[in-house]
Design a protein around this ligand. Structure first.
Ligand SMILES: Nc1ncnc2c1ncn2[C@@H]1O[C@H](COP(=O)(O)OP(=O)(O)OP(=O)(O)O)[C@@H](O)[C@H]1O
Ligand SMILES: [Mg+2]
Length: 378
């Protein structure tokens, strides 16, 4: 990694440090307030809006006071209870903080009872623990052990556990995982949870459907775009610190082109920062943006083969409209040469399922901001 002073300030990683993180002060205060008052919290947003970053930002802040023990794990790539246990167990066994002797003893006993196998990532060298969960009964037993361990440990200090991409558990083949986790979570007095995920519909139904175990068990928070004035200021300052000037119109263009969707703002700014231009105007933004689209062209055009012709045309139509609600009207269908209402309905469903589009305030948008712009040029 480069020296801090010359590091590109527009990070594309999960989280760098508070210095490279824009705003989110009220969101952070709200999360901390929930945790300090023993309320669990559910954090949702569109993909790449900044949930994971925010969790790390909150943890970074909480770390300073050592008020809580902090545990984070991401279950995006898990597809069953055993995957969940491996992630959970690994996060418990690989924390970096210096533990008290008492906790170290607890860990020893815990490990004895669950007998994990350790492997090391060939690239990063990071340890991964796997637990011998070959059937559901052992899985349930291991979950009990884990929660038993947490209960003991939380007597020493309160614990906060963030489970990222939590909606995944709804896809596990075992039928009672939601209920199982809810029961254990409920019993832990000194442990609070942040459940985070991007599938708003699924997360909402998990937590607001009276028939499901997590019903009304958490406070909700939906992460929106960073306010334009906050982001503008951040962008301006970061460029200025790198001795690059950027005019107000150019910043406005960045925020418009990207719909203020965090990852895309960061990406475009990252590219502009590294472009070598030290006086950025709207023309530089336009040019850099087109370069980004061209770089991604190979990847975008792959989609043409993955979709039917109807779906592809519908996607282009939606990209051109930049947010439209009336997709089954004859005006829309005629304008974009889409065959008929039934095909459009099916197409919309399929594009939603594939997460290529999302619906917001009754309007449809192509999810990937850059892809949308590329499509609308076709
Ligand atoms: N407040 C912020 N200031 C600056 N950069 C941010 C901020 N929030 C997020 N980012 C950056 O934006 C990108 C997307 O953020 P992040 O990965 O946290 O989103 P996410 O909602 O968790 O996405 P996903 O749904 O893919 O998990 C990352 O590169 C992250 O570093
Ligand atoms: Mg994330």
């Amino acid at each position: 990694m480069q020296e801090r002073s010359t590091m590109n300030p527009f990070t594309l990683k999960d989280y760098a440090s508070p210095e490279y993180f824009c705003n989110r002060n009220s969101e952070m205060a709200k999360i901390i307030n929930a945790l300090e008052n023993q309320r669990n919290l559910t954090l949702s947003s569109l993909r790449k809006m900044g949930k994971t970053g925010l969790i790390h930002h909150v943890f970074n802040h909480l770390n300073r006071t050592s008020e809580f023990d902090l545990i984070y794990f991401d279950i995006y790539y898990t597809s069953s209870l055993s995957g969940f246990i491996n992630k959970f167990g690994t996060s418990l066994l690989t924390e970096e903080e210096s533990f008290s002797e008492k906790i170290k003893r607890m860990i020893k006993n815990f490990v004895k009872s669950i007998r994990p196998t350790v492997t090391y990532d060939s690239l990063t060298g990071a340890p991964t623990f796997s637990f011998n969960v070959d059937n559901e009964t052992t899985g349930i037993k291991t979950i009990e052990e884990i929660f038993g361990f947490l209960k003991q440990r939380s007597l020493e200090k309160p614990i906060v556990i963030a489970i990222d991409e939590f909606q995944q558990i709804a896809n596990y083949p075992e039928s009672n995982i939601e209920a199982l986790l809810r029961t254990h979570i409920q019993k832990l007095l000194n442990v609070n949870f942040i459940f985070s995920g991007s599938d708003k519909q699924l997360l909402t139904s998990m937590f607001t459907d009276a028939k499901r175990p997590f019903y009304q068990s958490t406070e909700f928070m939906h992460l929106e775009e960073i306010p334009a004035n906050e982001y503008s200021q951040f962008i301006k300052t970061k460029f200025k610190n790198g001795s690059i000037s950027i005019d107000g119109e150019a910043i406005k263009d960045i925020l418009t082109i990207t719909r203020r969707h965090t990852y895309y703002v960061q990406y475009l700014c990252n590219k502009l920062y590294s472009s070598g231009v030290n006086k950025i105007d709207t023309e530089t933004v336009k040019q850099t943006f087109y370069n980004v689209l061209n770089e991604n062209e190979v990847y975008y055009s792959e989609y043409r083969d993955l979709l039917t012709k109807q779906q592809w045309n519908l996607l282009i139509a939606l990209a051109n409209e930049e947010g439209i609600s009336k997709v089954t009207t004859s005006a829309f269908i005629k304008k974009h040469n889409l065959s008929n209402t039934a095909t459009v309905r099916r197409g919309i469903k399929s594009l939603l399922d594939k997460k290529l589009i999302y619906k917001r305030d009754m309007k449809y948008f192509v999810y990937d901001v850059f892809f949308a712009k590329w499509l609308s040029r076709l």
